[in-house]
Ligand binder design. Structure first.
Ligand SMILES: [Zn+2]
Length: 286
């Protein structure tokens, strides 16, 4: 009886303060023992934080430099002190811009990056942060396998070639499996890389697809999507971005394949929680 009075009081307080209960994101304590994958809202960019059931963590990309504080604050809110695996998908600033600050703010285990030619200040700054931290860069490429825990594995399915015309195609593409569940994180890999992945015959099926290149029509070829066959698709992009991401053709393609779509521009940070069998989604905004 007492409990229900408290619950009612909280509801009334929420209503008065205008606080949306749907904005509630489960805390680190709530998701402990499960696989929690946070697609952090970093505007037009990508940043995915992964908390493994046994307590290790991984970060794939860190958005533009302007969003480094957002990423750091989010990780801190989830009691993160060590990032066991850092993966920089490719050197574009909307993926690695915030990474230098992130590296200096946490203890870092291993860092993975594709061997891609790039000379921007942002990239140089990241390399300097890696050096200052005393880290050695592991090359991200197809075939690299990280055994996180007995039931959890991250496998890189791309890049499959040494050089590409498009920087996006250097993207490390990571397939994460936990029990019966699988996630595919594609960075900005475009159709050239997608075709190589298909031709390589690697396992691709995934419950959750982090849609390539912010939902641009240069990625998510229909053959690739057919092979992944996701139940859920997450698009990380900025509200009213200059590129028109996500492109309508891709949103329609995802809908037609039966995937439920979550978008950081509409839903804010998106959290997927897996127990190795089922996946539940919670979003910052409705
Ligand atoms: Zn990008």
């Amino acid at each position: 009886m007492k409990k229900s009075i408290y619950a009612l009081l909280i509801l009334v307080l929420c209503a008065i303060s205008g606080y949306q209960i749907s904005e509630y994101i489960p805390t680190q304590t709530d998701t402990q023992g499960k696989l929690a994958v946070s697609f952090i809202d970093v505007g037009q960019g990508d940043s995915t934080f992964i908390e493994f059931p046994g307590g290790k963590t991984a970060l794939i990309d860190a958005g533009e430099a302007d969003y480094s504080e957002t990423v750091i604050a989010y990780l801190q809110s989830r009691q993160c002190k060590t990032i066991d695996y850092v993966i920089c998908t490719h050197p574009h600033s909307d993926h690695i811009g915030g990474m230098a600050e992130v590296l200096t703010s946490f203890d870092i285990g291993e860092i993975y990056m594709p061997r891609a030619p790039h000379t921007t200040n942002t990239y140089e700054r990241l390399l300097l942060a890696v050096q200052n931290k005393g880290l050695t860069i592991h090359t991200a490429k197809a075939g690299v396998t990280i055994s996180v825990e007995p039931e959890v594995t991250m496998t890189m399915v791309a890049p499959n070639a040494e050089s590409y015309e498009e920087m996006n195609d250097y993207s490390a593409v990571v397939r994460l499996t936990y029990g019966d569940n699988a996630f595919l994180f594609t960075g900005d890999a475009e159709t050239v890389s997608e075709k190589e992945i298909l031709d390589s015959g690697q396992s691709l099926g995934a419950d959750v697809l982090k849609v390539g290149h912010h939902g641009s029509s240069t990625s998510t070829h229909k053959n690739f999507l057919k092979a992944v066959a996701p139940s859920y698709a997450v698009i990380s992009c900025g509200d009213g971005n200059d590129y028109g991401h996500p492109h309508n053709v891709i949103v329609n393609r995802l809908e037609n394949c039966g995937a439920q779509i979550y978008r950081t521009d509409l839903h804010g940070t998106v959290l997927a929680i897996s127990d190795g069998n089922r996946i539940a989604f919670v979003t910052e905004e409705e």
